[in-house]
Design a binder for this molecule. Structure first.
Ligand code: HEM
Length: 428
């Protein structure tokens, strides 16, 4: 039954929201319940923190919720025609065309390069002879080189460095899209990407990478293919969406493993038992379920996409409360993943909670590191394959130990990053 009043609302909150958004959202959801009205601006916004409400916004009534929020406007300045920000019919057509690039078979085909790049990193580490590493930086470098090669193929040679440098700079400056250095970085990425597209169009070869798929992609209804501008925007979207998210999820997982040596031991046991010292491959992954659970639990506690924003297009109702057209509706995987009604001891790191027995009966929308519904992450299988292989390959050789004296906190900007470097000692 509809209630005519707004959901419960904290008083005078916007300063806490700006200063410490994670604590703010956790506190308001724990104090005021599963739907809370807060005021990031004079207009009210809702935080919904109940799996049924999340399903309503992201799945059942998703057409009523546009992605047109502040964060998206920033992305739009960068990749206006990309899948992350497009809407309506344009988005549907793009998604249909891009989906085949992420099918299981393609993902399996890309797994070898993940292992090869991980081994390169391990070789570099072993040459450093016990020097500590900043694991956050290592994971960024690794995932960027993986996504670059997954997109453009392993032979991209000298282009890789140019793409890498520009994307790195772009990632750092994404908060300031008008900054001249950001604009310059973006131009460089677009130029390099255009160059690669032009070369590839000439040879017309399917090299098994994501770009080949995108070049061949055809709209099944109209038969249309993507022009160069669309292709560039899709490629840059995948670069931006696909590397820092994965890098941070892995960084937090190593951070948690370093604090829980008993869990790191279990991963090592599983990996040693199943791989017997061999390089992991895609087909080994099914025999490494605990390793995957560790990553799932890492993403529960520190979801890279810690908040998802939507805007109601028409009046609606959630949990009995009216939602006026234009209202911003926020969903925070961070708060949902720590909801005590759905997670026992929610702040504890406990990968066994993702075992089949303990997962049975859990509400499907209580866990959403990749979002949910039609707009869920298109790269989720790729990211899971990638992280699973990286954790297995690294754990075969090393265990992480945090150097003492580091006070690390999550910093929620676009994605949930650590607020500083994380220095680890590598134990063989
Ligand atoms: C651990 C790694 C990752 C996480 C946590 C993550 C998370 C997410 C989330 C939560 C969304 C939905 C956003 C929303 O509903 O507002 C999303 C969308 C998206 N992600 Fe990911 N992602 C990851 C890796 C990747 C990778 C590897 C790629 C590509 C190679 C990718 C490409 C995309 C794209 C294109 C979208 C937009 C999909 C659409 O709107 O149809 N992501 N991601």
């Amino acid at each position: 039954m509809q209630n005519n009043s707004l959901p419960p609302s904290p008083h005078g909150s916007s300063r806490d929201l700006m200063r410490r958004p994670l604590d703010f959202f956790l506190t308001i959801s724990r104090t005021y319940g599963d739907i809370v009205c807060y005021r990031p601006a004079p207009e009210p916004a809702y935080l919904v923190n109940h799996p049924d409400y999340i399903r309503h916004v992201l799945v059942d009534n998703y057409k009523n919720y546009s992605k047109e929020t502040y964060i998206n406007q920033m992305f739009k300045k960068v990749v206006a025609d990309g899948l992350l920000v497009s809407e309506g019919e344009t988005w549907r057509r793009q998604r249909r065309m891009m989906q085949p690039a992420f099918h299981q078979q393609r993902i399996a085909g890309l797994s070898e390069l993940v292992v090869a790049e991980t081994y390169k990193m391990l070789e570099k580490w072993s040459a450093q002879e016990g020097e500590p590493v900043d694991i956050s930086r290592e994971m960024s470098v690794l995932t960027l080189s993986i996504i670059t090669k997954a997109l453009f193929g392993v032979d991209i040679g000298s282009h890789a460095a140019a793409v890498g440098q520009a994307v790195n700079l772009g990632g750092d400056l994404l908060e300031k899209p008008r900054h001249p250095r950001f604009q310059k970085a973006l131009e460089t990425v677009e130029e390099v990407v255009q160059h690669i597209i032009t070369e590839r169009r000439k040879t017309g070869k399917d090299t098994g990478d994501l770009l080949s798929m995108l070049l061949d992609a055809q709209d099944e209804e109209t038969g249309a293919t993507m022009d160069d501008r669309q292709l560039r925007h899709q490629v840059v979207t995948l670069l931006l969406a696909g590397y820092e998210t994965t890098a941070n999820a892995l960084t937090w997982t190593w951070y948690l493993l370093a604090q829980h040596p008993e869990v790191a031991d279990k991963v090592r046991e599983e990996v040693d038992r199943e791989l017997k010292g061999c390089r992991p491959t895609y087909t080994d992954l099914v025999r490494l379920p605990y390793t995957l659970q560790v990553f799932q639990e890492g993403m529960r506690l520190y979801p890279s996409a810690w908040i998802l924003g939507r805007k109601a297009l028409h009046d609606d109702e959630i949990g009995g409360y009216p939602v006026a057209a234009g209202t911003i509706v926020a969903i925070s995987p961070y708060t949902m993943h720590r909801h005590p009604g759905y997670w026992e001891n929610p702040d504890d790191f406990d990968p066994d909670r993702f075992s089949p027995e303990r997962s049975a009966g859990r509400h499907r929308f209580a866990y959403l590191p990749f979002g949910a519904g039609p707009r869920q992450c298109i790269g989720n299988r790729f990211a899971l394959m990638e992280a699973h292989l990286i954790i297995a390959a690294v754990s075969q050789r090393y265990r992480m130990e945090l150097l003492p004296g580091q006070d690390i906190h999550p910093q929620p900007i676009f994605i949930l990053r650590p607020d500083r470097e994380i220095w680890m000692k590598l134990q063989s």
